[in-house]
Design a protein around this ligand. Structure first.
Ligand code: GLP
Length: 242
């Protein structure tokens, strides 16, 4: 893995965006894997700035990592809504170019398989942007998720529900389940860029980058990926020793 330590969240975002823009120059129809959450917001803003400077995202396809089970797509906290509002709108990616797991069908295992088929049909992910959970999760692959996992329904851990409670009126409103790309799915992306900031991510970043490759820390599987860049600020890098 390449590890880059930046000074602040804006610089992390600019750096991650530059990796995406490099690939976009070579491939205007880039399949961009996107993550929800706060960590990538400065990256999406930097990409929107690039669009204002003339970069064209109209042929880009955006593929999301995950979706809550049972939240309608129209709910502003759904990841469908996040991708439309924070990414597709500002970048000018057409709605028909978005692929987000469907958390609203009764048969979630079948929805996972359908998502895998759709992902294969678009030719796989070119650049995958990732955040990391405080517990080392990727997407919603919680500790203990198999490295061989594919897109499937999962139960969210107490830590994850507590961390995401800030987006909901009451902690009890956070959905209990999600449909997430599996770790094996994520690992098929050609290039992976993980962004993390803040001291609350320091333990997870150190476990992912320098710890043993173990299902106890899902993000440690990235050590097996040939082209992963981890972009962190000083605080998130605080527990790194190498
Ligand atoms: C969420 C998402 C992840 C995201 C992570 C970190 O639950 N499912 O894809 O990377 O948690 O979120 P944040 O960047 O807000 O800390």
């Amino acid at each position: 893995m390449d590890v880059v330590v930046g000074s602040d969240r804006e610089s992390l975002g600019r750096l991650a965006a530059s990796l995406v823009l490099d690939r976009l120059s070579a491939d205007p129809g880039l399949v961009l894997g996107v993550a929800t959450g706060s960590s990538l917001m400065t990256t999406y803003r930097a990409l929107a700035d690039a669009r204002r400077d003339g970069r064209d995202f109209s042929r880009v396809r955006c593929v999301a990592l995950d979706e809550y089970v049972g939240l309608p797509q129209s709910d502003p906290r759904s990841y469908h809504a996040f991708v439309r509002r924070e990414i597709a709108g500002p970048l000018g990616v057409p709605a028909e170019n978005l692929l987000v797991p469907d958390g609203n069908t009764p048969d979630q295992s079948r929805a996972g398989a359908a998502f895998e088929d759709a992902l294969r049909d678009v030719g796989g992910v070119g650049v995958q942007l990732l955040g990391i959970g405080r517990n080392g999760h990727l997407g919603f692959n919680e500790p203990g998720s198999s490295f061989g996992s594919r897109t499937r329904p999962v139960r969210l851990s107490a830590t994850t529900r507590a961390d995401n409670a800030r987006f909901f009126p009451q902690p009890g409103d956070v959905p209990t389940h999600a449909l997430t790309q599996g770790l094996a799915t994520i690992l098929e992306a050609s290039t992976i860029v993980l962004v993390a900031s803040g001291s609350h991510k320091a333990a997870a970043v150190a476990a992912a980058v320098e710890g043993p490759v173990t299902e106890a820390c899902p993000a440690s599987v990235l050590q097996r990926h040939p082209r992963t860049t981890v972009i962190v600020d000083q605080d998130a890098a605080g527990n790194l020793t190498r």
